[in-house]
Each structure stands twice: as C-alpha cells, then as structure tokens.
Design a protein around this ligand. Sequence first.
Ligand code: 5CA
Ligand code: ZN
Length: 412
Amino acid sequence: MQPWTSTALPQLPGQGPPLRLHDTAAGRVQPTAPGRTARMYVCGITPYDATHLGHAATYLAFDLVHRYWRDAGHQVHYVQNVTDVDDPLLERAIRDQDDWVVLGMRETALFREDMEALRVLPPRDFVGAVEAIGEIVEVVAKLLACGAAYRIDDPGYPDVYFDHRAAPHFGSESGYDTNTMIRLAAERGGDPQRPGKRHPLDALMWRTAREGEPSWDSELGAGRPGWHVECCAIGLNRLGTSFDVQGGGSDLIFPHHEFSAAHAEALTGQYPMARNYVHTGMIGLNGEKMSKSKGNLVFVSRLRADQVDPMALRLALLSDHYRTDRSWNTGMLDTAVSRLERWREAVARPAGASADDAIELIRAYLANDLDTVGALATVDAWATETLTRRAHDVDGPALVRTAVDALLGIAL
Ligand code: 5CA
Ligand code: ZN
C-alpha cells in the first residue's frame, strides 16, 4: 500500500544518549541497541472505522521512537501492517451493507490523512494483509510441513491452527500464566472453546472458506489468513528476526504479539522475534477503554473537521507518559492549546534563553523510555525564561523550534 507523505525532518546539532524503552518481555526499561538501520514493526489498524484518539496516541508514541533514532543518526526501517481482511471488518461491512473492500480502503485513506495531519513519519513499508496473502500462505504451509501447525479435527471446516507447544519460548513475551492466557484469548478474538483443537490456546492460522466470506485459493485450499500470522509474515519478511522493536497497544500483548512471536520462533528456530516489545497504555473515555466495539470513540478526523489544530491534539496526546492508561477529556485539549500558544510566542521572539541545556534535557527525558512529561516541562521552562526574563541568545528560539519539530514532531 502507499503510505502517507512524510513531513520534512530537520536536523538538530549534537546527539542524545542511547534510547531506552520498556520491554514487556523483560518487565523493565532497557537500552535499545540498533545497528546502522533500526528495525521497527508496529501493528497497524483494522480499517473498519475511523482513527480514534487511542490509535493516534499509540502511533504518536512510536513516532517518537522513530524520531529519536533518526536524531541519533540511524536509518529507520519501519514496517506497519493494515489488517484489511478480518472478522471485525467483515462484520461491519455486513452490518452497514457496505462492500468490505471499499470500507477498508475508505478508512485506510482517512487514517493516512490523520497520520499526515498529526505529522507522524510514515513507515517505509505499509502492507495490507490482502496484498501479503501469498507470503502468509507460505509461512502457514511451512509450519504445517514441519508439524508446528495442524488441521483441526472438523470435517466441515478443517482450519489450520498453530500448535503453541512448537515454540519453546511461548509465554515469554507476555509472561502470563495459562489461565490468564485462555481468558484473554477468549476476550480478544481467540476461540479456546472450539472443539477439535489439540489445546485450547492454539491459534487460528488459516480459515477455510465459508459461504459469503472472501477467500483466496492457495496450496492450503481456499480460505483467508488468521490474524497473528499476518504480522509474523509481514514483519519477518521485511525486517528479519531479532528486530529492534515490536510495538502496539497493551491490548496486543496477548494473544497477538505472543503468537506472532511464537510463529516466528517455530518458523526460523530463532528467538526472539523482537528485542523489545513496547506497549502503549489504553486511551479511554469516561473511564472505559476507547474501542470500536464499545462505540465510545473520539475520532481524529472529527476533531480536524471541527478545526482543532492537529499540533494541539498531538501535544495533548503526548502530555502523559505513553504507558499510562488514561482517560481523554476536552480539558486536555484546552491545556494543550494554551501551552502551544505560549511555545509559539516564545519561539517567535528575536532572542531567548539558550537552547543548549533545554535540548540536552529534552533528549535525556525522551531517551528514558519516552518521558514526554519531562520533555514537555523542559520546553515550558525554556518558554517561561524566554518570555519573562531578558534573554539574549539570538539562536535560542530557532533551535528550540527545530528541536520541538525534530524530536516531538510539533511544528510551532
Ligand atoms: N490490526 C490490529 C493490529 S495487527 C489492531 O489491533 N487494529 S486496531 O485498529 O484495533 O488498533 C490499531 C492500534 O491501536 C493497535 O496497535 C492497538 O493496540 C492500538 N489501540 C487500539 N485501541 C486503543 C486505545 N484505546 N488506546 C491506545 N491504543 C489503542
Ligand atoms: Zn499486528
């Protein structure tokens, strides 16, 4: 798929410390150690509805990772998928008497616009499940051939499942016990109760064609892909194993990321699939997780249509730490609007406080697991000093403007 258009990324003098990120598997913050090219996979949208603030917050967090690595002199190979064929999309299309292909294309187009407006740097590879069916089939066929996958005992629909015991490290990404895994699998699209499986936890890899559902002919028989193998195939084929970051919201810790990693391990014999599993907190509304199924959504496109400055929205979503579950309220936007005004006023001054210390601090905060609270407070302090004291540094305002752009993605 065509990704969205990139905004220019200005260069900032100097460099910060190596980026440290929280790794779900290790349960702690640890350094990232990318090579010349940092490799990152972030789970993309299922395009059956518009981008809401939860999605936006998640992609903004990984945009900061992208920007930090670029600032540190790395190239970034960023891959993002689009789950453009899956149950929720098909169900919504039926509900609204829409064509599932058209629905997916329409919402993906809107997502691109939202990302561009929020100044999220685009992925190098933006890959739909449908366009990756050939490579997904190849992965499933290999796992079937080596015994890590099997056909379920169901003569009507002999779907292919992954035998989770084929991956020696299964469970190490989430760290959850079996009961928790079974409960979460049931809540999040899995089917632990389905008869004919070798084990309740085993996950769907290839769904045999059903009446009225889209399907693709393949060596596996006509059908469509399971969800976890989609991200495994798209990620591995572009990034190889042991890539630097696998990302998404915390709702993907299990089963999605556990299974993508397990498929990859069974397929390649290599572990881990990603060195850092990075998960963002959930954005809620009125105390509940914002989700399409609950319908309590605030859409980026709606706010844009209401003339909300995308930079204020970006600032609002970055104003808490990315791992914190948090509830959205319009007060957050109001605070961001006035904060942005103050920053804009300060960088418009012909002279201001020196930028050197501020930039060093912003980088240090971001390097520490994307501490945006500290980074934003640093810009506040610089703005206060610039606006309230007699400050003479003629380079200060322009440098801070560049830093806020390059590192935080906010155009002042
Ligand atoms: N297509 C799959 C991933 S392969 C999917 O989960 N799609 S999604 O549209 O439901 O979510 C897209 C991304 O936004 C995922 O990374 C998901 O973890 C994240 N996300 C979903 N809801 C929220 C929320 N309320 N707060 C923060 N992030 C969220
Ligand atoms: Zn995914």
